[in-house]
Design a protein around this ligand. Sequence first.
Ligand code: AMP
Ligand code: MG
Length: 344
Amino acid sequence: MKKFLYVLIGCCLAVLVLGCAERFGKRNQDIPVQSVDTAMGTIVNQTVYAKDGAVISEEILNLITALEREVVSWRVDTAELYEINNWAGEEQKISNQMIEILQTCSEISYISSGAFDITVGSLARLWDIDTWAGQDNISEYHLPNDAEVLQCLEYTGYEKIVLTDGTINLPEQMQLDLGAVGKGIALDEIRAYLEQKEGITAAVISVGGSILTYGAKPDGKPWRVGIVNPLDSSGNLGYLELDGEWCVSTSGDYERYVEIDGIRYHHIINPQTGYPAKSGVKGVTILSKDGLLSDALSTACFILGEEKGRELAEHFGAEALFVDEGGNLVMTDGMERYFHLSKT
Ligand code: AMP
Ligand code: MG
């Protein structure tokens, strides 16, 4: 009888503990884990609704760091891109992942009439904006002269890359730069990771100016993604209301720049001139289901300006929102469904 009582009490306790654990688990997924870190030379912001949100966030951060270190960095000597640049002038074997990236980039270059061009590496190193942006010792910055720009233009031009099944051959001195797509590639990898992982309800992850929405928030409300005002980047112009299947990328002349004698030199280069692009656009936001595409198109549309940029976005089935120097907003018809102006 005593034994029976012990078993009964034991069973009741087990049911109680399991019930609590289940309820706690559910509540856990309703409260997101939020984190802010740096990776890929930019800020990574994560909001993850999952059973093990902290573990998931850490794995995502590791994934971004590995992508930078092993594949897309021109700076880190363990990255495949670094090696490609290092051996310019000779035929080299490259990974399937790199072939896919380069083929997609080449297609976007072709369709954008060369506005988007990852062969701007030597120009980007010459301008060196990323190193100097936001610094106060700007008097030491070396502003390139016309002859130097012309010299680098010699090593620029996506059509000069020889890409075969499994190999690449860059002309000597040419340097590739995946800065315009790295964050977007990271978003594609993060989505693939989230999709194969169990126990994740929803997430919103931003890697610099590129943001991924995933899944449905437990409260059923849409994700809100703020659109920075390029004329005053401390505030938002408005926001996009999105479900969990989008990538949003923004490019603007306020992100990284140096100002000398009142002239702003920013980090997005027009491959035709070799100088920072001037199209009258201050900021462009692209909405696409594909991360690489959203990132590449925001850079390309910034260079092309509103009219040609809109055509380019539409060609790839993406939505675009442009802000010009006067603060005027122009967007594709599809974008109007998602965009809302901030109340002033
Ligand atoms: P994003 O901030 O995504 O617009 O990317 C800007 C970065 O892309 C720069 O810092 C350069 O590394 C690289 N870049 C600059 N100009 C171009 C261009 N015309 N085509 C492709 N990449 C570029
Ligand atoms: Mg980009």
